[in-house]
Design a protein around this ligand. Sequence first.
Ligand SMILES: [Zn+2]
Ligand SMILES: [Zn+2]
Length: 291
Amino acid sequence: MVYLTNTVYPVAQQMEESKFSFEKAQAGNYDLDNFAWIWKITARDLFASLVLPAGWHWLLYSSNYAETIRTMKFNKDYPAEKHLWREIPYCVSTVLMGTVIEIWAMYMYSLGYFQNYFLDWRQGQLALFCWIFFIPTWRDGHFYWVHRFMHKWNTTWIPDVGEWMYNNAHYLHHQSRNTQPWSGIAMHPIEGFIYETAAVVPCLFWHHPALINFIKIELTLSAILGHDGHDFPGSGDWWHQIHHTKINCNYGSKTAPFDWLFGTNDYTGAEEVEEQEQKYQEELNRKSKKI
Ligand SMILES: [Zn+2]
Ligand SMILES: [Zn+2]
């Protein structure tokens, strides 16, 4: 842990550099060299955003093992290449939203708004354990609510903000139906920003600042694995695959209880989903013929 926070991710140094740069800016010195830490965060995030999905995509779709692993694929067809080129720029934009959020957090530390943190991990072993161990509860809970927020609310007594959010932002993520690793964080920047806010949830409580970066990586990784379209070797997320086919169900993940509580859980079998997908494709063909 000490190695991680001192060498791989020297967060204390990053906090100091950010504090220095903001203090200099307040005094009227906007020298770009003072903000080198921002470029470091951006470069690190962009590197991770490309390496993780590219590596996983290569393994499942292009490597020597791809054909073997294809037997585990939910939808035996591979998505058209145009989806890949549509998804990649949106993945980069989502990661940059995470970068903006981390920079904001550093600004808050510099101003002293966040005092509830520890830099020596021995001061907060229990807190660190809880933050990481309970990710399937609190992080997936955050995902459920921000995701549910962007689908139809079906309200008549207040404006259906969810419907607006779907039509203007979340629809983009749903353009990927036969999902692949790059589909995971292919989101409209509005959705990308909301999704990445999970990284600063620990800042509301007793926490280590390195959690921000840790959660950002987890946000990318879990989405890549959850959308890779295969039952194995990733997380085999058939649950979320159904969401991409049927849309109005399975808003969260199986580890957060909200879909079960609100009756939106759907664990349909493969045949019905395939039938649904076929109908959707036929509908698309009919529409394109009309055009
Ligand atoms: Zn999805
Ligand atoms: Zn959705």
